[in-house]
Design a protein around this ligand. Structure first.
Ligand SMILES: Nc1ncnc2c1ncn2[C@@H]1O[C@H](COP(=O)(O)OP(=O)(O)OP(=O)(O)O)[C@@H](O)[C@H]1O
Ligand SMILES: [Mg+2]
Length: 288
């Protein structure tokens, strides 16, 4: 499977024009806000002029479409299992924003076969030419297949709440990833923060543990407050940045988006090889 992750990465590198930045949105513990982050981050990126595709990787239990109040006809699985064409599973939300649904309800959760992985590689090589950013909303927990996919992405955004359980699970997830690739670009979003200092302290602890025990440097993308507007937006099935642009959580999301687009890349870990850095440099040239 690792060969496949590498094949996917190389396929992306080989393309001549700037290709989409591929971002895996992950967490350790589930339910910490990945899907809400993905939906609103995508919306904020579009507001800042980017063309964005969301891929709901929570096959069988995806809910991104619900957050947009959309009813997709087909799901990622329909493409992966060769039932539908790629264009049929890409559902537009509005100009410059589209998603591929993960499917929900009674569908069986699939373990990825080699054929499905190859279909996904094929899809990326087409979609990356069309979009500036592709966001992968990963399901909770780590399966072997999901780790392989995360390893193939350019960057990781790790969502964690300040709760100790979220922080320890986030550490375990990053450890798992970094044992296989110590050179991943990882940024942290601290979500559902009640007091900013608590958010800062919890992220500082997480970063310290990752630096000390995994030799991994990460950066902070930002903090999102615990805000009733998030829940209200879920109920209204529309992004909070769209419905409540003046809410604190929306303003923070826009700040996070600015940092993502213009901010510094995190410094790399001790194990960094110059070769990989160069490849990454070429790969990222001309992107967002
Ligand atoms: N900043 C926030 N303020 C208040 N509530 C929030 C915030 N972020 C997320 N929530 C709430 O947390 C719940 C879970 O969020 P979400 O579905 O985005 O998590 P998830 O990480 O995608 O979950 P899963 O692991 O199951 O995919 C939602 O009901 C949402 O309303
Ligand atoms: Mg989710």
């Amino acid at each position: 499977m690792h060969d496949q992750a590498e094949a996917l990465r190389l396929k992306m590198i080989r393309n001549q024009r700037p290709v989409a930045r591929s971002i895996a949105i992950i967490s350790g513990k589930g339910g910490v806000g990945k899907s809400n982050f993905t939906a609103n981050f995508s919306y904020a990126l579009v507001a800042k002029g980017k063309k964005v595709l969301i891929v709901d990787m929570d096959i069988g239990m995806g809910n991104i479409h619900i957050l947009f109040g959309a009813t997709p006809t087909y799901h990622l699985k329909d493409y992966l299992t060769d039932i539908q064409r790629l264009e049929d599973v890409v559902t537009p939300i509005e100009e410059n924003l589209a998603f591929i649904a993960g499917g929900s309800g009674l569908e069986t959760v699939v373990e990825w076969s080699d054929t499905m992985f190859n279909r996904l590689i094929e899809a990326f090589s087409i979609l990356q030419m069309e979009y500036d950013v592709i966001l992968f909303d990963m399901g909770a927990g780590a399966t072997k297949s999901s780790i392989d996919l995360i390893l193939a992405m350019d960057e990781i955004i790790l969502i964690a709440t300040p709760e100790p359980t979220s922080i320890t699970d986030a550490y375990s997830m990053i450890k798992f990833i970094c044992l296989q690739d110590a050179n991943k670009t990882i940024r942290i979003v601290s979500n559902r923060v009640l007091k900013e200092q608590d958010g800062r302290d919890s992220v500082a602890r997480l970063q310290l543990a990752m630096r000390r025990f995994l030799s991994v440097e990460t950066s902070i993308l930002g903090f999102l407050p615990d805000d009733i507007h998030v829940r209200n937006a879920v109920i209204a099935q529309s992004p909070f940045v769209k419905l409540y642009p003046d809410a604190k959580v929306s303003k923070r999301m826009l700040a996070i988006t600015d940092t993502f687009m213009h901010g510094d890349k995190p410094s790399t870990s001790i194990e960094t090889s110059g070769f990989i850095d160069k490849i990454k440099g070429i790969f990222q040239k001309g992107r967002v």
